[in-house]
Ligand binder design. Sequence first.
Ligand code: PEP
Ligand code: MN
Length: 298
Amino acid sequence: MFGDKITALEPTAARLDSKSEAKPALGAQFPRVGRNLHPQGSTVQIGDVTFGGKNFVVIAGPCAVESQELLDEAARAIVKSGARVLRGGAFKPRTSPDSFQGHGLEGIEMLRRTAREYNLPFVTEVMSAPMVDALESKVDAFQIGARNMQNFALLEAVGRTQIPVLLKRNFGATLSEWLMAAEYIAKGGNTQIILCERGIRSFGQETRFTMDLGGAMWAKERTHLPVIVDPSHAIGLPTLLAGAVAATVAAGLDGAMVEVHPQPDRALCDADQALAPHEFDALMARVTPVARAVGRVI
Ligand code: PEP
Ligand code: MN
C-alpha cells in the first residue's frame, strides 16, 4: 500500500519539476524592463522624489496649464494636501482640433515658474519627437500620453535622453504592447521609466474608461519598473477617485496621478473629472491610513 502511494505521487512530482525547469524567469520576454533583471524592482527619480521605493507618490495638478495664477493655486493646494509632483499639460492631445490645445512653450515656462516657487518637480506631456530636444532641458519628466504610446519615433527620442518618462498605456493596448513600448525607450539607454495605467476601452459606458487595476498589477509583477495608476482618466467620476487610489496603494503599486483644478467647472480640459482642492484633500486623508496599513509612506 505504501508503495502504491509513492507510485501515485511520483508522476505529480515529476510534472512539477519539469514545469519549474521549463518556466522562464518572470518578465524574461521583456529584455530590458523584465522583472528578472532586477527582482527587487528599480526606482525612478523625478527631481528629488523617488518612485518605486517605500513612498507611494501622488502626482496632482490640472489637466492643462491655463494661467500662471491657476497653476499657482493648484500647486499651493496639492502641496498642502501631500502631493509630491505637479502635473499639467502645455501641449494637449485633444479629440477635436477645435478644443483648447494648450499654451505650448509658454505653458512650459509657467510650469517651471510654479514648480520652482512651490519646490515641486513637474511632469508634462511631449507629443512629438522633434519636441523632445526643445523640452529636454526644461522639464523634470516627460509624459507620453495614451494616444502616443506606440509613436515609436517619440519613444526612441525620449529614450535617447536621461529625463524620466511617465509612459501611459494606450486605451486599446494589451499589457504586452505597453511593456514593449517601454522596451523602445529603454533600448535607447533611458531606463528611467514609470508605467501609468490610465484606463482601457471596454463595453462599459458608465465610467470614462475601465481602470485595469489587475493589468497594472501584472505590469508590476512582470517588470522592475515603478507602476502608477491615473484614476482621473480611467474612471472620470470625482466621487470614485479616492477609493480607486486607496485600492491602488493596497494593491502594492507605486503611486497615482490625479487631476486637480482650483475651479473644476471652469477647467478648459477634462472639467468633469477634476477634483476641487477640498476634494483632493479629502482623497489624501482617505488614502493615507490605507498606505500606512500596507507599509507605504505618502
Ligand atoms: C492627460 O494626462 O491629461 C492625458 C491627456 O492623459 P491620457 O494620455 O491618458 O489621455
Ligand atoms: Mn486630462
